[in-house]
Design a protein around this ligand. Structure first.
Ligand SMILES: Nc1ncnc2c1ncn2[C@@H]1O[C@H](COP(=O)(O)OP(=O)(O)OP(=O)(O)O)[C@@H](O)[C@H]1O
Length: 716
């Protein structure tokens, strides 16, 4: 049966909510939800690879084009009122708030079931829809030739978990100790039952002594067991956190630059924070849940032994409690999901404000900014309140049911004692077991409820782990010196597939043997820095290739290539650390003499040596100890410390006075490396071998520049 017929025969299906990871990918996420509804099994990583996005995101036309490649015919309509949505084939993509896309799954009983890629599932009333829906809808129909696509997972959470050595054994140890503690705990009601039913009526002091010794032993073993469990749990969580965090962060640093450009640092930090939650759940929640289920079964057995009728009432209560938990689950899930997302947005805003506090103060913007931040904080607080409220509501219902069942069971028990079918000791033991049982069930169900929050944390981690690392990046770096040239052949620079190329057919050869100096100029926004990122191997050209000493870049190896580079970006900055840390980039192999030589070259040695602690002075981008021009020169010195064969320098002299600039460029002539300057400074053009200008999306040799075509004699 074709997928199309299966689709017809499949009955009612549900849209599975997906959440966007990048700010610009709401369209892509909506399409993934619709595609999965039509029997595909794809994720965002799959669609991203199919349709790379830039910061500008997707238009309706782009969604239609991409849907077509997935075997879906899409048609867009402008609706004049909300009622017309009833005639639309669902699920459909709606244009939302003028700048966003969502998926409408169904309209039932006046409620609109909407999957918002930012927050997950939401239910809206007609009045909300009138406010939020911009009026344009995209309808989808599967074509008869639709071929089901199943995306291959790159690196799954499970794989990383498995890679965490020693964890499996520890999990077993914790489970066994937990079950043993629970069993020891169960002996207590049994001993008390014997005391009440035998020792007291028969005044059997010998038996009492045996029981007392037994009790001391049991409670001591239980205490030791608890210590052992806590110790093993602590060790396991530290182990898990160390290895897992290293795996996740290590993988993240192997991802392409593009990944970080499309995410706020706050979002990335939220992803790393998720590890803490996953760890707590795996080591604490999951293991205890397993042990709780095992002991609950034993308790049920004992309760059945003491009183089958009362045990049945307890079991019925359990069914009601679990049912209630599951009824409140969707609400809790939605609120938890929303609150976690709101939290990371709030963190991102706060970080933004802290980084730009000078500018905010200068423009009297701190109050307005604080209000804006507070809006997002109160959104988080509201959603967090809702999530917790849903949790305590569920607890209340559960407790009410348990209270009713307690009264009923007690009534039955007392009737049993009066009619001599139960002893007082048995009644006492039953109630002790029953209390223990509900405590465990409560823990178990609340751990299961945590699964909903876990889903969000897993998704966040998946946004790191599910990404493909940079291509051409080997594990180890073998130093290979660049000797001849770096060449761009017919390179096109383009960010999203839907965007216009910024540069086309760029052909450029940088001669390393003669240490040539090239300036790239062009108006602001023409693509100079983007071209430099291609030369630095941080972005891939959309078309064309980069050749390094005649070999394609990936074949030469990106790490090898980068070990030949010294780079200063336009928006580069210092790390919080000492001057020496910043010069060496934390590499202990860089000697003091190399640092000094680099500082001399950029004319900064005396200024650094005058600092209170010289090379050990703590600096940072925000620290204020160094001027902007000094910081730029320190960054240049850092690039020089790497003994580069190719220097890529973006606006490196932008903050320097003409004399310092001229001295710096003159001094750089003594460096045995080819240099590419990206600059707006006309003064520099006189001092370079070649000037290349970006005009109308093309890179052309500039014949007008004073130094153009004039070769400075080789300094090799
Ligand atoms: N990661 C990105 N995603 C999408 N668009 C981008 C990205 N990086 C740069 N652009 C766009 O590419 C164009 C060229 O940017 P680029 O920074 O290369 O220009 P530039 O010539 O260096 O400008 P300036 O002289 O102002 O620094 C701009 O329109 C910019 O918005």
């Amino acid at each position: 049966m074709s997928e199309w017929l299966k689709g017809l025969a499949g009955g009612r299906r549900r849209v599975r909510s997906l959440v966007q990871s990048e700010t610009n990918e709401c369209g892509l996420t909506c399409l993934a939800m619709v595609a999965n509804y039509h029997r595909h099994d794809i994720d965002l990583a799959y669609l991203r690879a199919l349709f790379p996005l830039s910061r500008t995101g997707m238009s309706l036309g782009d969604i239609v084009e991409l849907a077509d490649t997935l075997g879906l015919d899409a048609g867009g309509y402008a609706l004049s009122n909300i009622d017309e949505l009833k005639g639309v084939q669902l699920p459909a993509i709606l244009h939302w708030k003028g700048n966003h896309f969502v998926v409408l799954e169904s309209v039932r009983g006046g409620r609109y079931r909407v999957h918002d890629p930012e927050f997950g599932l939401r239910l809206y009333e007609r009045a909300d829809m009138e406010q939020l829906f911009s009026g344009v809808v995209l309808e989808f129909a599967p074509r008869m030739d639709l071929k089901r696509v199943q995306a291959e997972k790159k690196l799954t959470f499970r794989e990383v978990f498995r890679a965490t050595r020693g964890l499996g054994g520890t999990v077993w140890q914790i489970s066994l100790v937990t079950v043993a503690i629970a069993l020891l705990g169960l002996a207590m009601p049994v001993l008390l039952q014997i005391a009440l039913d035998v020792v007291i009526p028969q005044v059997d002091l010998d038996l009492l002594h045996v029981l007392a010794i037994g009790l001391v032993l049991l409670l001591s073993f239980e205490a030791i067991g608890r210590w052992l469990r806590d110790y093993v749990t602590l060790r396991a969580s530290t182990l898990l956190q160390l290895q897992f965090t290293r795996n996740v962060v290590g993988h993240a640093f192997r991802l392409p630059l593009n990944y970080f450009e499309l995410r706020h640092p706050g979002d990335f930090v939220a992803r790393v924070d998720s590890i803490e939650h996953v760890k707590a759940f795996l080591v604490g929640g999951l293991v205890t849940a397993f042990a709780d289920s095992a002991t609950s079964i034993l308790i049920i057995g004992l309760m059945l032994y003491y009183s089958p009728a009362m045990a049945v009432v307890t079991m019925l209560t359990l069914v009601a409690v679990i049912g209630m938990r599951f009824l409140t689950f969707p609400k809790l899930n939605q609120a938890t999901f929303g609150s976690l997302e709101a939290r990371s947005e709030e963190r991102a805003r706060l970080l933004d404000g802290l980084r730009r506090v000078d500018s905010l103060k200068a423009h009297n913007g701190t109050e307005l900014f604080a209000m804006r931040w507070f809006e997002s904080f109160s959104r988080f607080a509201n959603l967090d309140f809702r999530a917790r409220k849903a949790g305590i509501d569920a607890e209340l219902f559960m407790h009410l049911v348990i209270v009713a069942s307690t009264v009923a069971t007690l009534y039955m028990g007392i009737v049993g004692v009066i009619s001599n079918t139960l002893t007082i000791g048995t009644l006492y033991a039953f109630f002790a077991l029953r209390g223990e049982f509900f405590e465990r069930v409560n823990l178990l169900t609340s751990n299961l409820m945590h699964l909903s929050a876990m889903r969000v944390h897993f998704q966040r981690l998946d946004d790191v782990l599910g990404q493909e690392p940079e291509s051409g990046l080997q594990d180890a770096t073998f130093h290979r010196t660049l000797n001849r040239e770096v060449r761009l052949e017919n390179v096109t620079v383009q960010f999203g597939r839907a965007d216009e190329p910024i540069l086309r057919e760029v052909n450029l050869r940088i001669d390393l043997a003669t240490h040539e100096t090239v300036a790239i100029v062009g108006v602001s926004g023409s693509g100079k820095s983007s071209l430099m990122k291609i030369l630095a191997s941080l972005h891939e050209p959309a078309e064309g290739r980069v050749l390094v000493d005649g070999s394609p870049l990936n074949q030469f190896g990106k790490r090898e290539y980068r070990s030949n580079l010294g780079v200063v970006f336009a928006d580069d900055g210092l790390f919080a650390g000492t001057v020496a840390d910043n010069l060496s980039l934390f590499d202990p192999a860089v000697s003091r003499a190399e640092m000094e030589a680099a500082l001399v070259c950029v004319g900064l040695r005396d200024e650094i040596e005058r600092l209170p602690q010289g090379y050990a002075t703590q600096v940072s981008e925000e620290g204020g100890l160094l001027s902007t021009g000094q910081r730029r020169r320190l960054l240049l010195a850092r690039a020089l410390c790497r003994r580069p064969r190719l220097l890529l320098l973006d606006e490196v002299t932008a903050n320097l006075d003409p004399t310092t600039e001229a001295a710096l460029v003159e001094s750089l002539k003594g460096i045995r490396a080819a240099k590419v300057f990206i600059t707006h400074s006309e003064r520099m053009l006189d001092q370079v071998d070649r000037v290349l200008r970006i005009e109308g999306g093309r890179l052309v040799e500039d014949a007008r520049a004073p130094g153009a075509g004039r070769r400075i004699p080789s300094r090799a």
